[in-house]
Ligand binder design. Structure first.
Ligand SMILES: NC(=O)c1ccc[n+]([C@@H]2O[C@H](COP(=O)([O-])OP(=O)(O)OC[C@H]3O[C@@H](n4cnc5c(N)ncnc54)[C@H](O)[C@@H]3O)[C@@H](O)[C@H]2O)c1
Length: 342
């Protein structure tokens, strides 16, 4: 019995053959379906991890999702904010495994870097479609790293965007952003946070700000109808949105428990949160009432999203006849004898 292995080369081929837009559109659609269906009966506990690196600034986490009777998906993901500068590697590095819930067999293994970026963008597109004005034309980005690329891509798929205004604490990252999203064909300008707040209909905060270093938004110039996708908070003490903004906004989280522990919502009490994103997807009228006011999506990222991203990748690979089939596990013919080799 074999395990499907999707390597970087397979994923590159899938993306080249199908196109970035197809991949993102399918991700938005499949994630939306999963959210509307309350995760199809799956269970996603809050992630756990080991803090590491100088001053505990980095973490390796495991993010499990269980579909009883079907499968378990686990993403192992490292957040290493000094990676780009010191090792020329991404801040977020991960891989995913899928197990058969009946037998425990390893069914599939794949990269977790691209699926994470795509599904995080897709989640913001879904939240923004519910909470931002449908005619939103200006996207603001605070943080211009890897995730900012897929935030811009995903939002461009569901809004008539014309302009992106972008800020990063590292001016070189802000400057290179236009080139990285050239494929979107949008007007991209570097701007201070004050200008982003004063002009953007939708803002994504997507930084690697340090614990204790936030917030990255000022919250003094926001348009009354602004919608904020807060992506970066994922550690205790790390946040991007000022408390006074959260207090005056309608706030929804992707995963309530995780958001209260390590997202923007760690600044709030549980009673301050609105319905979560899955509840809003199931009953969009709950969101529509807030569209003309200030809204915040607290995105911490949870393993249901990884599970759906894995499904999408496996589907695309199967459609293109791609993927290696490898016998990783030693499954002896005599189940009672681990020394039995065929
Ligand atoms: N919500 C989710 O599902 C999800 C998924 C993946 C990553 N993330 C989080 O998103 C954040 C960004 O990830 P990435 O892969 O883009 O990292 P990255 O290192 O590629 O980019 C982060 C950018 O933030 C900038 N930055 C740091 N502090 C800043 C500040 N105070 N003001 C403005 N810019 C600042 C950095 O210079 C860098 O360009 C991380 O915190 C990561 O953990 C969240």
């Amino acid at each position: 019995m074999e395990t499907v292995v999707l390597t970087r080369q397979h994923i590159a081929k899938i993306v080249k053959e199908k196109g970035f837009d197809h991949f993102m559109d399918r991700m938005i659609s499949r994630l939306g379906e999963a959210f509307r269906a309350g995760g199809h009966g799956g269970v996603t506990p809050a992630r756990e991890g080991f803090l590491r690196g100088p001053g505990d600034t980095a973490i390796i986490e495991w993010m499990p999702h269980h579909r009883p009777g079907d499968s378990v998906t686990i993403k192992t993901v490292g957040y290493t904010p000094y990676n780009p500068e010191e090792h020329r590697l991404p801040t977020i590095i991960g891989s995913m495994t899928r197990y058969d819930d009946v037998t425990g067999r390893l069914l599939a293994v794949c990269d977790g870097i691209l699926p994470t970026a795509i599904r995080t963008g897709a989640a913001s597109a879904i939240a923004s479609r519910l909470l931002a004005r449908p005619d939103s034309r200006v996207l603001g980005l605070v943080g211009a790293g890897a995730q900012a690329v897929t935030q811009a891509h995903a939002l461009s798929r569901v809004f008539p965007l014309e302009r992106i205004v972008v800020h990063d604490i590292d001016p070189a990252h802000a400057r290179s952003f236009a080139e990285r999203v050239e494929f979107l064909g949008l007007d991209v300008r570097v701007a201070p946070v004050t200008e982003i707040e004063a002009t953007a209909d939708i803002i994504c905060t997507v930084t690697s700000v340090a614990v204790g270093g936030g917030p990255v938004l000022l919250g003094e110039h926001l348009l009354p109808h602004a919608h904020v996708n807060a992506i970066g908070a994922d550690l205790i003490g790390k946040f991007e949105v000022p408390l006074h903004v959260l207090r005056s906004a309608f706030v929804t989280a992707d995963h309530r428990g995780q958001a209260l522990r390590e997202g923007e919502c760690q600044q709030l009490a549980e009673g301050d949160l609105g319905p979560d994103l899955m509840e809003l997807c199931a009953d969009p009228a709950l969101a529509e009432a807030h569209r003309d006011g200030l809204t915040v999506f607290d995105s911490t990222g949870f393993a249901l999203e990884d599970h759906v991203a894995f499904d999408v990748l496996l589907e695309l690979a199967a459609e293109g006849g791609m993927g290696d089939h490898v016998q990783i596990e030693h499954l002896p013919e005599d189940a009672l004898n681990p020394y039995a080799f065929a």
